[in-house]
Design a protein around this ligand. Structure first.
Ligand code: G3P
Length: 216
């Protein structure tokens, strides 16, 4: 399963660059990074990782979305153009995918949206599990539905589980057979940080110290 970091912060990407496949950003994360020059900022992030970096269009209408997508794709070979699961977004996805530009269909909240994203040739579809959980719906059941649809229909679009709120979401996505997850740095940290691991290291260090004392 591919692991993406959901951030537009260059330092955060650098911290985890060796254990992630790529990065996903969105307009809110870009705004939070307070970058002055979007192109330079994206290039910096692309240089840190070997895989794809999703960058979202800000336009909502087809023509401008397509132009923006082409412009973003020219910034770096590893840019993956992120588009919303709307009528215009799907149309732009089809054009960009046909032109060989990687795409990530975002803000996916239903199985038919994912079905259409695949039909339009999307490289990735991003179901937002956390935001669905927030509404009382089980976000992971959407992932399960998409996994089943793509298997049954033999679609090649990869499922990139987004809006991840906990390490449990990561485990569940992996168990369901999702192709990728994207998570904020604090969730990635929680994925490897475990109190028993920390405690275990303390015990080992103490035992080694005690033993060396008794030998000397
Ligand atoms: O990158 C999009 C997605 O991961 C956003 O997550 O936490 O804002 O719902 P969140």
């Amino acid at each position: 399963m591919e692991i993406f970091l959901d951030t537009a912060n260059v330092d955060e990407v650098a911290t985890y660059a060796d254990i992630i496949n790529g990065v996903t950003t969105n307009p809110s994360l870009i705004a939070k990074s307070r970058c002055n020059d979007l192109c330079e900022h994206i290039i910096k992030i692309c240089r840190l990782v070997s895989g794809l970096v999703s960058v979202e269009v800000s336009s909502i209408e087809y023509d401008s979305m397509l132009a923006e997508g082409k412009m973003l794709a020219k910034i770096h070979d590893n840019v993956c153009v992120k588009l919303p699961c709307t009528r215009d977004g799907l149309k732009a996805c089809k054009q960009l995918s046909t032109a060989g530009i990687p795409t990530n269909m975002t803000l996916c909240f239903s199985p038919p949206q994912a079905l259409l994203a695949a039909k339009c040739g999307a490289t990735y579809v991003s179901p937002f599990v956390g935001r669905l959980d927030d509404t009382g719906y089980d976000g992971m059941s959407l992932v399960e539905d998409i996994v089943n649809i793509y298997k049954a229909q033999k679609y090649g679009t990869k499922i990139l589980v987004a809006s991840i709120r906990s390490p449990q979401h990561v485990t569940q996505a992996a168990m369901l057979g999702a192709d990728a997850v994207t998570m904020p740095p604090q969730i990635l940290w929680q994925c490897f940080e475990h109190p028993f691991t920390v405690k275990g290291l303390e015990i080992f260090a103490k035992d080694v110290k005690d033993l060396s004392k008794s030998v000397s």
